[in-house]
Each structure stands twice: as structure tokens, then as C-alpha cells.
Design a protein around this ligand. Sequence first.
Ligand code: SF4
Length: 324
Amino acid sequence: MKHYNIPIFVPHLGCPHDCVFCNQVKITGLSTDVTPESAETIIFEHLNTLPENADVEVAFFGGSFTGIPVDVQKSLLETAYKYVLSGEISGIRLSTRPDYISEDILIMLKSYGVTTIELGVQSMSNDVLIANERGHTDTDVINACTLIKKYGFTLGVQMMTGMYRSDVKADINTAKRLIALEPDIVRIYPTIVIENTKLCRLYESGAYTPPTLDDTVDLCAKLYKMFTENGITIIRMGLQSTDLINENAEFIAGPYSSCFGELVLSRIERDKLENMAKMSKDKKLTVYVPPCDISKTVGHKRENIRYIKEKYDIDIEVKSNEFA
Ligand code: SF4
């Protein structure tokens, strides 16, 4: 059965935190302008466009759902829960910060049919978390993940690569520590510099240099393998219109590509080709792959084929294995 999310973006109208990569204006508390009425309209309109036998969840995205006032959380959840009770949707998912999770919050979320909670972890290095002014620690992450699993929710975690004062070793260590917490799903976001942020000022002063797109693709290919080899599903690599930044943010610098996830999957295929090339005595290799894997094996603009030719002087031909 095909799965669909009905996304309801719950923007933070101000946030008490001050993450250096975010352009949210800091004020004293979280709030949102999403109302039960607007949520109802979004759910109703989406349900009318989806196939009847689809598996549908309502997804409250926006980063810090459990930080908004409890009465607002409850009124939004009540709206979605009506559709859980009527059988029109199978559950509710939301994203929040590790320090906004407690037993009381989880009991409340459970009572409204929430099935999946995604945590914005970003890093498991306290030095990196402090340098980026995240306002939570690795212990908050461990406690939140443990509680979320104890209460039987599907656990999602989100990590960032290339943060200020982080490096490849720290990012890989973050992945290792997240794997140990046994999440079900992961999102990986490379850090980008957007205007009107502290990170932008650090970038302009020379204190922060974002990793290149190529290095970031390499790193994310490693992370992808680490998570998937441990049975953890990666549901997103690379930035979308996001809960990290305001929608109208101006991109300044960093490893951004609109097809970032495809670049990573293609890099994994390039690594496989490279292993074959290292062992090959022939100057021509024919590689058979499933039809759906041909384009990522060849690479964007035949990048992988060119790379092997330049580095090993081997011509690679990629063919479908369907009739091989
Ligand atoms: S990233 Fe999230 S928690 Fe951090 S300042 Fe922005 S809105 Fe607040």
C-alpha cells in the first residue's frame, strides 16, 4: 500500500534558541499561526486528492512541535485525531527538539494517535552543539531517544554535516552514536550558509569555511552505508524547504544541490565501479545493473564513467541486467 504524508508546516513564530545556522528571530517563546481550522482544511483537501486505499499520515513539520503551547498542540492534534478515529488516516507524525521531550509529553502525544517522532539532533558532539548554540546536549538526545522508544513510537533522527567547528571525524562519530540509539529513520542535512545568520557572519569573517559539495557527497555516501547496513532507513538527504530555515532565506554558500540525494546514491555506485576497476586487468569493463540503477551507476552527466576513465584508463559500459 502506498504511503502518503499530509504535511502541515507549523512555523515557529520566534524561537527561544539561537542556532548559528538559523535565521529565525530570537524571542522569548515558541508560537505558531497554524490553527485547527487551517489544519482541518489542509487535511480535508489532501484526502480528496489521495487514492482511497492509501496509507495516509498527517505530518506536523516545523522543528519544535512540542515546544509550542500545550493547548495549541492539543487543539491541532485533536483535529488530526478525528481522522485517525474515522480510519481516514493511519497516524500522526511530528518533529521536535530533543530537549522538548518528557514522559508527560509522550503520554499526551500517544493519547492523540501520534505514531512517529523525529528529533532534530544535528550533532552528538557537545563541542559542536555549544559552538552552534543549539541549547541542548548529547545527553538530551540519549534521554529523548530512550523515552520515545520506551513509549513505542517510531523514532526518527535528523543530523547535519559540516557544521561550524565540526569535521568528518565528528560527523561520522555522530552517526555511530545515533546508530547505537537504534532509530528507525534518519534525515541527513548538509549545513548551508544563509543570510542574516551568525553562521553567515562567521563565513564572511573567514572563521567558517563550508565543506565542498564533492567532499560532502563523499561523507554522506559513507553515512548512508553506515545507517543502511544497520537496518536504518534514510528518508531524506539534502535540504528541502525546511524546518531549519525560513522559507524566504537567501542561500549564501555551502554544499547545496537540488539533487543532493541522487548525487550521494551515484557516489556509492562510483565506489563500486572503482573497486572493480582496481581489480581489473582489462581496459574495458561491462557492468550489468538493474534498469532502475543505470542512471545512478553512470552518474550525472556520465560523471562516474569519466572518473574511472581518467583515474584508471578503463572504459566502462553499463547495461541492464534484465536480459543478460
Ligand atoms: S534551528 Fe530550530 S531551534 Fe534552532 S533557532 Fe532555528 S528554529 Fe530555533
